[in-house]
Design a protein around this ligand. Structure first.
Ligand code: AHG
Ligand code: MN
Ligand code: MN
Length: 336
């Protein structure tokens, strides 16, 4: 196809930018691309096949597990196991790490943290959902990966990305050399480069937060929301509130149009709801690589030392100037 570059061709062309790798990371990224196409097929058929609704199970998060959660989890684990480049996985859907200790994975150098299906509450109502992945080098030298391998800071990621199964299906990823977006062309079954070198605007007019929890937000967050709603032409306010309930879809829109996404501490979730390892770290790596900013209100997300697999963190992420402004409200607030 003249002028069209597929994900596989792009990964191979960019391979030389990657330090210490002889194609293993490229192969791992292509394995993820393949699994994404398989999950996309089920997401697109959802409603026609028995893949909607819940399984009746409750996962480690205490949330009800949807059939598509399980399907996506199974597909990504299978693709990563078969690909032979991944030695272990931390998944939102499994309590402990999954370790591949077999012949095909014995030389694997990488571990993956994954949210196989992000935005599960939107599956049955045909609103965009996604997958989020984060890739690290296995640091423990001998044998299979340990829990410690998965508790590396986000700044140690070698790659991160997301797939958004929306009006079109896109795969967006970074290896620390900028962010590139690929749109799935169903007619050839390939992800094709459609958004080269994505840069997020330094400011924007969109704020994304579940205002339903307003009463239980910390006071500085309430003050920032009031700031977003104030009339001030000079600073493009009032902003528009856009909140889909699928982090990947909200982040993808804000990455392109500019905006801030906030999931602060609430009474329900005093450490915020979103998980550090397979939601906040990978998304923060991408947003920073696109020129944006990501913190927990006080500290850079990628500098947080993880203590446990499914730990949660508050997150303020998006256009740099908007996140800095929100942080200002927090730092100016007289701590109790
Ligand atoms: P998941 O479906 O993987 O559990 O993630 C859902 C997350 C995230 O996608 C979204 O931004 C957030 O939950 C929405 O939470 P609220 O419904 O509490 O706003
Ligand atoms: Mn999620
Ligand atoms: Mn999920």
């Amino acid at each position: 196809m003249i002028g069209i570059e597929t994900l596989d061709e792009f990964i191979i062309r960019k391979q030389d930018e990657l330090p210490y790798t002889k194609g293993e990371l490229s192969r791992l990224l292509r394995d993820i691309g393949l699994a994404a196409k398989v999950v996309n097929r089920e997401v697109n058929k959802a409603g026609l096949v028995d893949i909607l609704g819940t399984t009746g199970a409750i996962n480690v998060q205490g949330e009800e597990v949807k059939k598509l959660d399980v399907y996506a989890n199974t597909r990504f684990i299978a693709a990563l196991k078969l690909g032979g480049q991944c030695s272990g996985i931390a998944s939102e859907e499994t309590k402990d790490i999954i370790v591949f200790d077999d012949e095909i994975s014995k030389n694997a150098k990488y571990i993956v943290a994954i949210d196989p299906l992000d935005g599960s509450s939107n599956i049955d109502v045909n609103v965009s959902v996604g997958t989020i992945f984060s890739i690290y080098r296995q640091v423990s030298s001998m044998g299979p990966p340990t829990l410690q391998d998965f508790l590396q800071k986000g700044s140690e990621q070698v790659a991160a990305g997301y797939i958004v199964y929306g009006s079109s299906t896109m795969l967006v990823y970074t290896t620390g050399h900028g962010v590139n977006g690929f749109t799935l062309d169903p007619s050839i079954g390939e992800f094709c480069l459609s958004h080269p070198d994505m840069q997020t605007p330094k400011s924007g007019k969109i704020y994304s937060i579940n205002q339903g929890y307003f009463v239980s937000f910390p006071e500085p967050v309430k003050q920032y929301i009031r700031y977003c709603k104030q009339e001030d032409k000079a600073t493009n306010r009032p902003y528009s509130l856009r909140y889909i309930g699928s982090m990947v879809a909200d982040i993808h829109r804000n990455l392109i149009s500019g905006g801030i996404f906030i999931y602060p501490p609430t009474k329900e979730a005093p450490r915020g709801k979103l998980r550090l390892l397979y939601e906040c770290n990978p998304i923060s790596f991408i947003v920073e690589q696109a020129g944006g900013r990501a913190s927990d209100g006080y500290k850079r997300i990628l500098d947080i030392e993880p203590k446990e697999l499914h730990q949660r963190t508050p997150i303020f992420i998006g256009s740099e100037e908007m996140v800095l402004k929100a942080e200002e409200f927090i730092s100016d607030y007289p701590s109790a």
